[in-house]
Design a binder for this molecule. Structure first.
Ligand SMILES: Cc1cc2nc3c(=O)[nH]c(=O)nc-3n(C[C@H](O)[C@H](O)[C@H](O)COP(=O)(O)OP(=O)(O)OC[C@H]3O[C@@H](n4cnc5c(N)ncnc54)[C@H](O)[C@@H]3O)c2cc1C
Length: 401
């Protein structure tokens, strides 16, 4: 393992920390209390500043206008950005675009790249990823009712998806649909690029999640594909290779989430420590004098540090040996960091008492929105089963005394 931070990266991280502190955190009261679309003009201005500072799209290749950082470097950047819910969006490295850009980069043909890659990386358009279905267990993705049938030179797509994050306002969806139902289970589905203005693409609603429907980028939609027609050339990658491509997308996608969650941990931890030191609970006594709060602070510090090292280790392995070699590490960090984040945010919220429940701090937003971390991109249990299987394989036929 080698996590040495170059001088250049130290400067970059300093600039990002300062930008988050001065430009993004002050926007949060508006972000938490007004529709997101009200904020879009000011966000466009912040994005312009980020581009001017040459910090745009840290994770994307330089050839496409990004910074071309390694995964370890991006991990450090992502942690800094994750302190604010606006960080990744303002710096152009937000999900689900980041993952979609990655698969377009790897599997898109020249025409698809020309049409979508440039505008997506530049943040001029947005995209979404439409795989999970309303009526089937998303944890077993081969269960899929959505079909795409080739009629002449068009795909005709039918199905009902939900939790298509950020579909509201997106220009295109990458849709998983069964194109080859007679093939073996993992070769039945393909990915198809569907412009959201295609006939038959119907966004039914933004789903209420923890009491909020959200809007625009901060939303999750239910989508009905009703005889939705797109050109045959919109197939992304080889026919029947939907799951192969999904694996390419999910590995880096999962570690990106973990890196962002570390930032949330840091912010919640900072807020918890500040509140503990400043909340008077008696003459000359603050919450920081209470052993139970001290215990939460110490436990949180240890858990965050452990999670951080696990994430950097997984990133380093992916940089050095590729995504496949780090499958076990990715499963381990996915459930570990999600649970660490949930505990740290919960403790920080508890230390804030009634204030923690309001939207006067960012904690309640994190508490509501990030609960999903233990469900999306593979629920905790699925990753535990996967990691355990891989670990046990290493013990098969091995004598242990
Ligand atoms: C906020 C949010 C955003 C999302 N964004 C997207 C998106 O952009 N695009 C998209 O396509 N999907 C998205 N999803 C969907 C997400 O990927 C699915 O919710 C997830 O795959 C789980 O599927 P499910 O909800 O059908 O739960 P199910 O598969 O029904 O599982 C329910 C529960 O069963 C348990 N379980 C499942 N399998 C096992 C197992 N093998 N062993 C033990 N226990 C198990 C787990 O506890 C799991 O939480 C999003 C979901 C959320 C909550």
């Amino acid at each position: 393992m080698e996590f040495g931070i170059s001088e250049k990266m130290q400067i970059v991280l300093g600039m990002i920390d300062e930008f988050v502190e001065k430009e993004l955190i002050p926007l949060e009261p508006e972000f938490l209390n007004r529709p997101f679309t009200d904020l879009l003009p000011v966000i466009a201005e912040k994005r312009r500043l980020v581009k001017q500072m040459e910090l745009w799209a840290p994770n994307h290749p330089k050839a496409y206008g990004g910074m071309g950082l390694s995964l370890v470097e991006h991990g450090l950047v992502s942690e800094a950005l994750g302190r604010s819910p606006l960080g990744h969006f303002v710096f152009g490295c937000h999900a689900p675009d980041a993952g979609n850009i990655e698969i377009l980069h790897l599997f898109g043909n020249a025409a698809q790249k020309e049409k979508y890659l440039g505008p997506l990386v530049a943040g001029e358009i947005r995209s979404c990823f439409s795989m999970t279905e309303v009526n089937l267990a998303g944890s077993n993705p081969v269960l899929m009712d959505t079909t795409a049938v080739l009629e002449g030179d068009q795909w005709v797509i039918n199905g009902q998806k939900w939790y298509t994050t950020a579909a509201d306002g997106a220009a295109l969806a990458i849709v998983m649909a069964k194109t080859d139902p007679e093939a073996s289970p993992y070769l039945q589905a393909s990915m198809i690029i569907v412009p959201t203005d295609a006939p038959g693409f119907n966004r039914v609603r933004n789903i209420p999640v923890m009491g909020h429907c959200g809007e625009d980028y901060f939303s999750h939609a239910e989508i009905l594909y009703q005889d939705c027609r797109v050109p045959a050339g919109n197939l992304l990658g080889p026919r029947g290779h939907g799951f192969v491509i999904a694996q390419e997308r999910l590995g880096p996608g999962r570690i990106h989430h973990c890196m962002r969650w570390l930032g949330i941990c840091r912010r919640a931890f900072d807020l918890m420590c500040h509140r503990a030191l400043t909340r008077q609970i008696g003459p000359g006594k603050t919450l920081a004098h209470k052993q139970i709060v001290q215990s939460w602070i110490a436990e949180s510090a240890a858990e965050i540090e452990a999670a951080r090292l696990m994430v950097l280790n997984a990133a380093w392995k992916m940089d050095e040996e590729g995504n496949k070699a780090a499958r076990r590490e990715i499963s381990l960090i996915k459930f570990t960091v999600a649970n660490t984040m949930q505990r740290v945010v919960d403790r920080a919220l508890q230390v804030h008492g009634g204030l923690g429940m309001t939207d006067d701090t960012v904690l309640a937003f994190f508490f509501r929105h990030e609960r999903a971390a233990r469900i999306y991109d593979g629920a905790d249990e699925v990753h535990k089963v996967s990691a355990a299987r891989q670990i046990l394989r290493g013990y098969e036929g091995r004598r242990v005394r």
